[in-house]
Each structure stands twice: as C-alpha cells, then as structure tokens.
Design a protein around this ligand. Structure first.
Ligand code: NDP
Length: 240
C-alpha cells in the first residue's frame, strides 16, 4: 500500500537517494529543498517538492500542510537534512556550535513533533527515521558540534520511541559512515584517506546504501524495530 512519505533535504545526497527508494516502492513522496530549485527528475517522477528551511518553524508547518493536502497525513518522516561547520574546539565560534545544533537536532525535534501530530490524528501508526552519523558513536576531532548534534538525535529518538510505541509509531536512527555526497566532498583528501583507512570494508559508502537502510526501517518488514541505531558505515563504528 502506498504511504505518504516526507523526506527533508531531498534535493541531493542521501535525501535524494531516499526519495528515489520510496518512489520505487510506489509511495507518495514529498521532499524539502532549500538552496536550489527542486530536483527536476524527482518532480518528473512524481515526488512533491516543498520549499522549506527546517530551522524556520512556519516553513516546516507549511511544508507539512502541503504534503498532507497532496498525499494525506504523513506516515513516514525521514529527518535527513543536516549541516557541518567543522573546526577544532578552541577555534569554534559559538554561532557555529549553535547553528549545527539548531539544524541537526532542534529542527529534527520540530519535524518529529509535527509528524507525530499528523500520525496520531490519522491513527494508522507511522515511521520516523532520524539520520544521525557514525561520528555520534565514535567521535571525530574537529566535529564536536556535529557529534553532539548527532548523538543528541540518538537520545531524542530513543526517548520518543518509548513515548509513542503504544500508538504503533516506530522511531529509529540510521548512522551513516562517510558517504559520497557534497558533505564528504568538502573534506580535505588526507582526512578522507585517513577515515577510509579505518573502514573495514575499505571504501566510503554511497547514498543508495544509506537509502536502503532508511527504506528498510520504514517498511513493514521492520514493524518490530524501534529505538534502534543502525550503523551503515562499512564497519567503522562496529555498532558503538
Ligand atoms: P548534503 O550536504 O549533500 O545534503 C544536505 C541536505 O540537507 C541538502 O539537501 C540540504 O538542502 C539540506 N539542508 C541543510 N540545511 C537545511 C535547512 N536548514 N533546511 C532544509 N534543508 C537543509 O549531505 P548528505 O546527503 O551527505 O547528508 C544527509 C544527512 O546525512 C545529513 O544529516 C548528514 O549529517 C548525514 N550524514 C552524512 C554523511 C556523509 O558522509 N555524507 C555521514 C553521516 C551522516 P539544500 O540542498 O537545499 O541545501
């Protein structure tokens, strides 16, 4: 059965691959975009583009309203959009710490809260997937802000899973390792080489591999999984 799915940051990278994975499963998919016009091929293939900066509460509300009007109450939320502003702690400006927390953690709270509202009203259960990072589990020099935000998602997601499990809503966390997107392309080559050197599978991931895990956690096959952290990282974090 087709579901109403909302993916944030769907214009590129992991979010784009997730939108494609849901389209392949014949779901009704809405996705947010912010800095560019919406991906032409996703729209061509039937996805609904929603202009939305997730740090703006009114834009999040409008995006949900539009998705609900077009596709029905949101049944699957993929909170994927995220940013990095890397630097060593002693050089990290307070605004860079705050901006990363605001986008990666506070906006996920905002999105999940709105999605739960939609799911409870529809009374059909639901799936929330939060995109965290292997960095939340193992830490990374230069990413204290990012690691704090992504580790925060784990505590947030697990607490929410306990709150709303009785309503048939699952909340799970995907923790990707280094993945071939614009975010990874921004890293210096030596840093990528060093990280890849620690990956048992010896390479970085591709967005489709992360999207498969997201689609699985949203599927009927994952109906008894909630509060889980699923690393998709070539083994770099060994699950913790
Ligand atoms: P990209 O930089 O390619 O994409 C990030 C996405 O987030 C873009 O679609 C961007 O929108 C969106 N976004 C950022 N800020 C906002 C905002 N304020 N409002 C709305 N949308 C926003 O990164 P990835 O695809 O790699 O990352 C996706 C997720 O995966 C992130 O949460 C990231 O932290 C996580 N991750 C990535 C890893 C990697 O190695 N790539 C590893 C581990 C986790 P727009 O295109 O409009 O700017």
């Amino acid at each position: 059965m087709s579901r109403s799915v909302l993916v944030t940051g769907g214009n590129r990278g992991i979010g784009y691959a997730a939108v494609r994975a849901f389209l392949q499963r014949d779901d009704h998919v809405a996705f947010t975009h912010r800095t560019e016009s919406a991906s032409f091929d996703l729209v061509h293939d039937g996805a609904l583009p929603l202009y939305c900066d997730i740090t703006e509460p009114e834009q999040v509300e409008s995006a949900f309203k539009e998705a609900e009007a077009e596709n029905g109450p949101v049944e699957v939320l993929v909170a994927n959009a995220g940013i990095t502003r890397d630097s060593l702690l002693l050089r990290m400006a307070e605004e860079d710490f705050a901006a990363v927390l605001e986008t990666n953690l506070t906006a996920s709270y905002r999105l999940a809260k709105r999605a739960v509202h939609s799911m409870l009203k529809a009374k059909r259960g639901g799936r929330i997937i939060l995109v965290s990072s292997a960095v939340a589990l193992r830490g990374e020099a230069g990413q204290t802000n990012y690691a704090a935000s992504k580790a925060g998602l784990i505590g947030f997601g697990r607490s929410l899973a306990r709150e709303i499990g009785s309503r048939g809503i699952t909340v799970n966390i995907v923790a990707p390792g280094l993945t071939d997107t614009a975010m990874a392309a921004a890293l210096p080559e030596e840093r990528v080489e060093k990280i890849v050197g620690d990956v048992p599978l010896g390479r970085i991931g591709n967005p489709e591999e992360i999207a498969s895990a997201i689609a699985f956690l949203a599927s009927e096959e994952a109906s008894y999984i909630t509060g889980a952290v699923l690393p998709v990282d070539g083994g770099i974090s060994m699950g913790h």
